[in-house]
Write a protein that binds this ligand. Structure first.
Ligand SMILES: NC(=O)c1ccc[n+]([C@@H]2O[C@H](COP(=O)([O-])OP(=O)(O)OC[C@H]3O[C@@H](n4cnc5c(N)ncnc54)[C@H](O)[C@@H]3O)[C@@H](O)[C@H]2O)c1
Length: 441
């Protein structure tokens, strides 16, 4: 089939590449010429395991093209996937300017039947706005009777496992009230849906809502555990044991129950905010989600609170090693990363930070800009040199079993603040390391 992916970020690029892998002819469009230049050189602008091979293979086979040429991209696809960003607006609502701009650019050019597939995470009712923008542009051209469908197909991939998630989805949600569009989507997704039917067809609004509901539920689980971790510490319980104790209940399950340094990334924070905002617009106060967000804001500061409790409010002259910058492992995405708050809070108190991350250093230095109080090291152990303590913010695999003797010997004093509960407190004690995890009373 002929497919166009509009927006070549985490979602658009993975969608385009994985659809090309199944034999479709895909054109990926982006307004960012630098991104397209990098992709046309066979490089990938983001860190995403497995993506480069798929992109190179399908580009070489002529099934995957990258372009900034909107005319070509709109003419090419029968199915036009919109995967542009929906960042939070000032009031927390989703900013739909990129989605609407993409819709207009389609309406200005389309000459035959198209299915416009909203893949971006968008508030309930966005498909109507997309349809209105397209219709307005068609009417300006005197082509108001042109047939097309606007449907919703929210994306559930996780950064760091995006290719795997796209190739083996738990479910494929299609929100559509157009039979032809539904048939085309069934055909397109058939290769990803072979062993059992994972496709759920529903109305457009329910599909749009489902994506927010999923992220809101996952964020709720994390904030719930983080809040209990604060209490566990006070009462002398270990949240890791509690996690196992409740996760073993099949009604609860183990996923997304880890206490930590707060959730970040490009989805949970903005999607929880946007859903709360949608609630407010409809006079429904979403009290649980309001609390989820507040709990997360507090949690992103918990590591620094521990540092202050140990070293005092004034951290001038102190140096801290920080392991892990990306908001989670296997990505270089720094959007809403807890490390940014930790760095900000430490340096605001006069400390310097020596940071290490296996892949996110270029992105982190771009986000943080040039500054004297943060340095980036090439190896995890280099960051420890001359540091008063080690803070672990992201649970990269290489941090899981480090050389504790070397850590002890290199830090000025053996102190670890572990924002991801990677180590056994008993082992740390036995090794003579002063260790503070999250909720490990
Ligand atoms: N990142 C994730 O893990 C993830 C997962 C599921 C859903 N989503 C949702 O998918 C959407 C995209 O997220 P992302 O992380 O891929 O964003 P991103 O910021 O990585 O990529 C968006 C891309 O769209 C491009 N763009 C903007 N306007 C355009 C236009 N008019 N025409 C062509 N290209 C345009 C930008 O240049 C950018 O490259 C968001 O709504 C997000 O919430 C993201």
């Amino acid at each position: 089939m002929k497919v166009t992916a509009i927006g070549t970020g985490y979602v658009g690029l993975v969608t385009g590449a994985c659809l090309a892998e199944m034999g479709n002819h895909v054109v990926c469009l982006d307004v960012d010429p630098e991104k397209i230049r990098v992709l046309n050189n066979g490089e990938i602008p983001i860190h995403e395991p497995g993506l480069r091979d798929i992109v190179r293979r399908n580009a070489a086979a002529g099934r995957l093209q990258f372009t900034t040429d909107v005319d070509h991209a709109v003419q090419h696809g029968t199915l036009l996937f919109v995967g542009v960003g929906t960042p939070p607006d000032e009031d927390g609502s989703a900013d739909l300017q990129y989605v609407v701009a993409a819709a207009r650019s389609i309406g200005q050019r389309m000459t035959d039947y198209k299915v416009i597939v909203d893949k971006s995470t968008v508030p309930v009712g966005t498909a109507d706005k997309v349809r209105a923008a397209i219709q307005e542009e068609l009417e300006k051209r005197g082509r108001g009777d042109m047939p097309y469908a606007v449907i919703s197909n929210p994306e559930f991939l996780k950064e760091g496992a995006a290719v795997e998630d796209f190739m083996k989805p738990d479910r494929i949600i299609i929100g559509a009230d157009d039979e032809q569009a539904t048939l085309l989507m069934r055909a397109l997704y058939a290769p990803f849906n072979r062993t059992q039917d994972r496709m759920l067809i529903m109305d457009v609004k329910s599909a749009e809502f489902t994506k927010y509901a999923a992220n809101a539920m996952l964020a709720t689980r994390i904030s719930f555990m983080n809040e209990l971790a604060l209490l566990a510490e006070k009462v002398g319980a270990d949240i890791e044991l509690v996690r196992r104790g409740i996760g073993s209940d099949p009604r609860i399950g183990y996923q997304f129950l880890y206490a930590g340094a707060g959730y970040g990334g490009s989805c949970f924070p903005k999607d929880v905010k946007a859903l709360v905002r949608t609630g407010a617009e409809h006079d429904v106060t979403l009290q649980v989600l309001t609390a989820v967000e507040l709990a997360n804001e507090r949690q992103k500061r918990v590591l620094v609170d521990k540092v202050v409790a140990r070293f005092g409010e004034n951290l001038a002259g102190r140096r801290f090693a920080l392991w892990g910058l990306a908001f989670k492992p296997d990505t270089d995405d720094m959007r809403e990363a807890p490390s940014l708050i930790v760095i900000d809070e430490l340096t605001r108190r006069g400390a310097t930070v020596a940071a290490y991350d296996p892949v996110a250093v270029p992105e982190a230095s771009r986000v943080l800009g040039p500054r004297d109080d943060v340095s980036f090291l090439r190896r995890a152990e280099d960051a420890l040199q001359g540091a008063d303590a080690l803070l672990i913010v992201t649970e990269w695999k290489e941090f899981r079993t480090p050389d504790f003797d070397a850590i002890k010997a290199t830090l000025k004093q053996p102190v670890i603040f572990d924002g991801r509960n990677l180590y056994d407190p008993k082992l740390m004690k036995a090794l003579g390391i002063e260790y503070s995890g999250i909720g490990r009373g």
